[in-house]
Write a protein that binds this ligand. Structure first.
Ligand SMILES: Cc1cc2nc3c(=O)[nH]c(=O)nc-3n(C[C@H](O)[C@H](O)[C@H](O)COP(=O)(O)OP(=O)(O)OC[C@H]3O[C@@H](n4cnc5c(N)ncnc54)[C@H](O)[C@@H]3O)c2cc1C
Length: 443
């Protein structure tokens, strides 16, 4: 078609799929998703805790975009899962204080929850006795109950979006690894490696949603050169099926060191009701260094990529090193891992978790100030780089990608060519009815 525009999304994870979904609404724009694997959603999207997090624990100032996205996306996912009969187990989360001091954090969470759009009747603050009443195996001086946290399977949700995208005309190119981006005369060229040939393509807009590898691509485009990435592997242990009812909701504890990406492991309920313990956060040297074996991309210590100074700063920080050692210990021994959970679930017997679950890897951005707290969208000419898209990124992806889509239109990077016919399988027709007061622009 004459005058047709081309938008390319790099990465067929949950973020790339939801971005492509919104872009498919644009009449006169052809949307491609390029994915280096043979299928969508096989990396972080399918290797996580699977929780639809309500954003009660997120600082509304520091994490405004992700908190807003998570808050609204809960309703979008719920509607989607219900209309397509996908996993949705609204188990709830009890997050406990381990010390009297942490009870203040719990009280702060209640305020944050309301600012972030969680409804008053969806949370409650509990004291020690009230915790005992609802969870007899949990012992803690206080906690917050988030009633609508939901256990799901993001791999399944994301693959369903990809299926709908295909119906809407989005083209998926698999085994297509974008190696390079070159910006010339407002068109982009990039090389695709399908293991046999290198090809080039031009497009009007490229969106880098390559997950743990998005910083690599941004660097290739000369963007975010002051930033570096550290990788942390989250591992899970499966709890013996006989302990299925040991707790009836997820049990989290307040993070001891929120400035570092070391969450304390939790006891989580999977959609089928089985329990798992995890994740820890073990420093590893690459984005696909899973415990079960490497991804197909053999590479030599990606952690050595430049710039090195933000990483060296961290390695010189004694507190970081101490915490990292603790995470390594919990990777080697399940007794160590469960010992951490025993501080608030004292009767949990470590011998009941014998089998390892899968592992997933989080790439956290670092710069000279330390860990970067929020997701960043960098706009370089007709190229958008989504960086540091971490938890609760799977929860927030429908609304985050809608904000990105709106920002693209407002900045004139693409437009809706209204004169043409357009067929689209709608999922979230009423997205604007969930609108918050502020209009968030991502770049
Ligand atoms: C241990 C762990 C637990 C988590 N738990 C939760 C949770 O309970 N709830 C929640 O909301 N969030 C959770 N998260 C975060 C959430 O999983 C991520 O934010 C989300 O999955 C990121 O999706 P993505 O599409 O950006 O990344 P990915 O799923 O990794 O997708 C990126 C895709 O890009 C492809 N790609 C990379 N480079 C290229 C290239 N050059 N060319 C072509 N393709 C490329 C990859 O193959 C991959 O398919 C967790 C994360 C971890 C690590």
């Amino acid at each position: 078609m004459i005058g047709e525009r081309v938008a390319v999304v790099v990465g067929g994870g949950i973020l790339g799929n939801t971005i492509a979904y919104w872009l498919s609404h644009l009449r006169g724009t052809k949307v491609f998703v390029m994915e280096k694997e043979r299928d969508t959603s096989i990396h972080t999207t399918s290797r996580n805790t699977g929780m639809v997090h309500r954003p009660f624990y997120m600082n509304p100032q520091k994490k405004k975009v992700l908190a807003t996205s998570a808050s609204i996306s809960y309703y979008l996912w719920k509607e989607f899962a219900s209309s397509h009969n996908l996993p949705w187990n609204e188990v709830g989360t009890l997050e406990v204080a381990k010390t009297e001091e942490q009870v203040k954090t719990i009280e702060k969470y209640e305020k944050w929850a309301l600012i972030n759009g969680v409804q008053e009747n969806q949370i409650s603050i509990l004291n020690r006795e009230q915790i005992r009443e609802i969870e007899r195996n949990v012992s803690a001086p206080g906690g917050i109950l988030s009633k609508t946290d939901t256990s799901t399977d993001y791999g399944i949700l994301s693959n369903k979006i990809a299926e709908i995208n295909k119906i809407n005309g989005v083209r998926y190119l698999f085994n297509s690894r974008v190696m390079d981006i070159r910006s010339e005369k407002r068109t982009l060229q990039y090389f695709i490696d399908d293991s046999t040939t290198k090809r080039q393509m031009t497009c009007d807009l490229l969106i880098n949603a390559a997950g743990n590898r998005s910083l690599d691509l941004a660097h290739r485009d000369g963007t975010a050169l002051d930033k570096s990435v550290m990788y942390f592997r989250g591992e899970y242990w499966k709890v013996d099926e006989n302990l299925k009812g040991f707790v009836s909701r997820n049990i989290y504890s307040v993070a001891d060191n929120p400035e570092f990406p070391f969450l304390d492991p939790h006891l989580i309920v999977r959609p089928n009701g089985t329990l798992e313990i995890g994740p820890n956060a073990v420093p590893v040297s690459g984005p696909e260094f899973y415990r079960e074996g490497m991804g197909k991309n053999k590479e030599f210590f990606p952690i050595l990529k430049r710039p090195l100074s933000p990483k060296i700063n961290l390695l010189l920080n004694p507190q970081f090193i101490k915490l990292a050692m603790g995470e390594w210990k919990s990777s080697l021994s399940q007794r160590e891992m469960i010992g951490r959970v025993n501080s608030f679930i004292p009767n949990m017997d470590f011998r009941k978790a014998k089998v390892r679950g899968f592992s997933g890897i989080r790439g956290s951005l670092v710069d000279k100030h330390g860990f970067v707290p929020e997701t960043i969208v960098q706009n370089k000419e007709n190229c958008l780089h989504v960086l540091n898209y971490n938890s609760p990124g799977a929860t927030g992806s429908p609304y985050f990608s809608y904000l990105l889509y709106n920002s693209i239109l407002k900045n004139g990077l693409l437009e809706d060519n209204k004169g043409q016919d357009h067929i689209s399988h709608e999922i979230w027709k009423d997205v604007d009815s969930y609108n918050t007061k502020s209009e968030l622009l991502l770049f």
